[in-house]
Design a protein around this ligand. Sequence first.
Ligand code: ZN
Ligand code: FE
Length: 255
Amino acid sequence: MTAIIHQFAVGADNLGVLIHDPATGATASIDAGDEAPILAALGHKGWRLTDILVTHHHSDHIAALSSLKARFSARVVAPRADLHRIPDVNMAVGEGDHFKVGSFDFVTMETPGHTSGHVSFYSADQKLLFAGDTLFSLGCGRLFEGNASQMWTSLSRLAGLPDDTKLYCGHEYTLSNAKFAIKHDPDNSALRARISEAEALRAKGAFTLPSTIGREKETNPFLRAAEPALAASVGLTGHAPVEVFAALREAKNKS
Ligand code: ZN
Ligand code: FE
């Protein structure tokens, strides 16, 4: 059985995602930033919410958590490290913890950097990764609570998943990320192709997500910090990838 995924806009630039198991009727929302669009999406699909999978504590990811949980008696799965700042958690998870949404198995990966407690959810069977604000298409999350070394480790682990893993994330930032990416990796033809595709998708109101891990490895500057071209772009030829990553993240903050 294959998971049915429905993606929709939440607020200005957050991406909502519902995962549905037709065999059991189970439906999970990845994060819960705003109630109205999530209710609308559930109504549109005729699905009933059973689970909410929380990636991290930022309000654009949890503001509607309590109200949605109360409305549907949904189970809330959230990072154990953030129990003091995420309400209404039923199941606290950390690295390697498995859980099911209907018949689909997910494993928790701790991916700190954007926040200290950030987790990503991966289903090997379904080839699905929900990376929250850790990995975006052509970008990565800002380092609010973690350091560059933590984030580089987190991103490297996500990059180690199979190339055909579908990447879903918390925000539609691809085109704004593209400006920075092409400046630092101008000779990358895969990146040029991805930007053209993303422009066409956005022009017709479509999302640029999901991406794939394979595609991000070819195009995302933050996953390409070990490439000589990216090191050269920040004046760090010959330096360790983590140093190149840190410099790229700094440069992006200032861009
Ligand atoms: Zn965030
Ligand atoms: Fe966010």
